[in-house]
Design a protein. Structure first.
Length: 186
């Protein structure tokens, strides 16, 4: 009788270990999927910027400092493609701030605000910003679920045994950079 009980306990522990391992693998895959979604949307935003800057340059020739800040921030983001989520978030925050300043300066140019191309870029950028925000929420939710599984007992035993690590959230550094740049002029 003791052997049956021992066998049942071992089977239960083994069954739970398999379940916990599969849960950790699924959560890690969801984190990777979420990061891929963020990456796609950030690339879409990066790809929009050069065409938008070309449209703006003709109207804002003497705003070189603002245009250069956007160009430099875009280059920094491109250089951070393989960086950690925290480093990427910092670079993206700088780009968001530079874009926000660009649109604030553009407010002083009525001809630019009426330009069809600029309005189309504005709309496309707003759509991409919304998609980035949704992708970031999905990714951070997946990170939360993985981190709970990695730190919670008894799944943390399985996580430690198989090398599962805590994932980083994708966050911007300060409150002003957390705001999506306003791209709507009325």
């Amino acid at each position: 009788m003791e052997w049956v009980i021992l066998l049942l306990v071992v089977a239960a522990v083994g069954g739970y270990a398999v379940y916990a391992y599969n849960m950790l693998v699924r959560n890690r895959q969801l984190v990777e999927e979420g990061w891929s979604g963020i990456d796609v949307q950030l690339k879409r935003r990066i790809d929009l910027i050069p065409n938008m800057l070309e449209t703006v340059k003709g109207y804002m020739a003497h705003e070189r400092e603002t245009l250069q800040a956007v160009t430099d921030a875009r280059a920094a983001v491109q250089g951070a493609q393989n960086a950690s989520p925290a480093e990427r978030g910092q670079a993206e925050g700088i780009l968001s701030g530079a874009l926000g300043r660009l649109f604030a300066v553009a407010e002083a140019y009525p001809d630019l605000k009426a330009n069809t191309n600029f309005l189309e870029f504005q709309s496309a950028l707003q759509t991409v910003e919304d998609e980035i925000q949704m992708a970031r929420r999905y990714y951070n939710g997946a990170v939360r679920n993985l981190n709970i599984a990695v730190y919670s007992f008894p799944s943390n035993v399985v996580a430690g045994a198989f090398g599962f690590k805590k994932a980083e959230y994708f966050e911007l550094d300060n409150e002003t950079e957390r705001a999506v740049p306003e791209v709507k002029f009325s």
